[in-house]
Design a protein around this ligand. Structure first.
Ligand SMILES: Cc1ncc(COP(=O)(O)O)c(C=O)c1O
Length: 481
């Protein structure tokens, strides 16, 4: 693959791009129950236009592009006001939940370096349901994640376990509103009170829930408290590119006040180039996501969001009721918004087979591994485009469950699962390739079926399965010709 010696005509380029998309998930169908947040064609149009209008402007330097500074401040303020924040709260626009979370953890690390310099090996206490990006933040920032259990049936954080996990090295407690996997909101007031009592910072990850839950509250739903107005909460992340229906690349990190936010910002004037000051991690970046987020918030308005949230919640209830009626399946916990996880209550239904067969009817459900007291399950996140499909989901789903009910996991996979559970590191490349071959994963193309791959990955000890994931990506994105 080489850059063509002569440029190609525009038509040809778009024909090729279109053909590349052929194997992607068809998100416009409304049947993709993860990854996608689609508010419909009109909102998409506004987003596209605003994005393209600011495509080339560089948000690296708000002094050179003061309109981007204005857009950022306005988007932050609109979000903070929706969440009921007071005027002391400050925030920034980031590229997504992950960047917001890394910044929240960096803020806590640098704050603790300043006020608790005796802490040299900082720890972050987080329930196992906290998003993987928090583990990534710890990994990047040299912080030790201390993982705590969640309650057996509700899957919300066990605050006593968090209390016991606190040591003199702890710098931050985390709560989710809600956790992605099960869609349940942690007891934020209790976790934040614990943080206050122990003189710790407390971050609420409302990346997926912040906007949707706020509108549920306006609609009269009983929504647990999760905001920066809860005593003890010191920062909060909320993504606009999820249920704010903005274009991807849009999240907000909020801090209780400017004194805390100071530890998020980075400046550099010790190199030979221009002086740099960054509120977020990225430096040069398109103004597109910011302008698109600003445009969609204004286009939708409170009434637009409330209409969507109402419809989506009705569809969610319909789907949860339908799934719960099926013999052998259950919804995990009591989901607080429009996302939930379903698991099998019998060994006659294998959820990974179910996800695989649902693909044949165009539905994408997200497999999630058994971890601690959370069993193997499938995750479903609804958005506006799912609403008209809710009944057809139930029809396809019920039929598919009956089709795979009693389908045995083949003996070879079961034997292999048992073997894998016993594996310990020293795990080398050779073992990786053997394992990949047994799971049917070869070459650089994604595997045809994922059910067996999931069952084997799930069986591996965590550190080895993570090693395998890294190896897999490293090989899939191969050096080539
Ligand atoms: C609760 C929660 N936090 C953080 C993230 C990470 O967000 P992003 O994928 O935008 O980086 C997600 C993503 O789904 C999430 O659900």
């Amino acid at each position: 693959m080489k850059i063509p010696p002569k440029g190609l005509p525009k038509e040809e380029i778009f024909k090729v791009l279109q053909s590349y998309k052929g194997h992607d998930l068809d998100w416009q169908s409304g049947k993709v129950l993860g990854f996608i947040y689609d508010a419909g064609e009109k909102a998409q149009e506004v987003t596209h236009e605003a994005y393209c209008m600011y495509l080339t402007e560089n948000a690296l330097d708000p002094l050179s592009f003061p309109s981007l500074l204005r857009l950022e401040n306005e988007v932050v303020r609109m979000t903070a006001n929706l969440l009921g924040c007071d005027n002391e709260v400050v925030g920034n626009f980031t590229s997504g939940g992950t960047e917001s979370l890394i910044l929240a953890v960096k803020t806590a690390r640098d704050y603790s370096r300043a006020v608790k310099p005796h802490i040299t090996e900082p720890e972050l206490v987080l329930p196992i349901t906290a998003h993987s990006s928090l583990f990534k933040a710890c990994h990047y920032l040299g912080i030790n994640p201390v993982v705590t259990r969640v309650h057996d049936d509700s899957f919300v954080a066990d605050v006593d376990a968090m209390r016991k996990a606190i040591t003199e090295n702890t710098i931050l407690l985390v709560a989710s509103a809600p956790g992605y996997a099960h869609g349940v909101v942690d007891p934020v007031p209790e976790i934040a009170a614990l943080a206050l009592e122990k003189d710790l910072l407390c971050h609420v990850d409302a990346c997926v829930g912040g906007i949707h839950l706020s509108y549920m509250r306006k609609l009269g739903y009983d929504v647990p408290d999760f905001g920066l107005n809860v005593p003890g909460v010191t920062s909060l992340s909320v993504d606009l590119h999820k249920y704010g229906y903005a274009a991807k690349g849009a999240s907000i990190i909020l801090h209780k006040n400017k004194e805390l936010r100071k530890f998020q910002i980075w400046g550099c004037s010790r190199w030979t180039g221009y002086p740099v000051i960054n509120a977020a991690i990225t430096s040069a970046k398109s103004g597109g996501p910011m302008a698109a987020a600003w445009a969609v918030l204004n286009y939708m308005g409170n009434d637009g969001y409330m209409e969507i949230v109402k419809e989506v919640m009705e569809a969610t209830q319909l789907m949860i009721d339908g799934v719960s009626r099926i013999d052998g399946l259950r919804v995990l916990g009591k989901p607080d918004m429009c996302m939930f996880a379903l698991a099998s209550t019998t060994d006659k239904i294998n959820v990974y087979h179910l996800a695989e067969e649902m693909k044949k009817t165009g539905w994408y459900l997200q497999p999630q591994f058994a971890r601690e007291n959370s069993p193997s399950n499938l995750h479903l996140s609804l958005n506006r485009s799912t609403v008209p499909q809710a009944n057809s989901f139930l029809k396809d789903f019920e039929a598919t469950v009956e089709e795979i009910r009693n389908r045995e996991v083949d003996q070879q996979t079961r034997d292999l699962q048992e073997e894998l559970k016993k594996l310990s590191l020293k795990f080398d490349d050779e073992t990786f390739f053997k394992l990949a071959e047994m799971a049917g994963v070869t070459g650089t193309e994604p595997p045809q079926r994922m059910d067996k791959v999931n069952m084997l990955l799930e069986a591996l000890p965590y550190d080895i399965s993570e090693y395998v994931l890294v190896e897999y990506l490293n090989n899939m994105m191969a050096a080539g010709s």
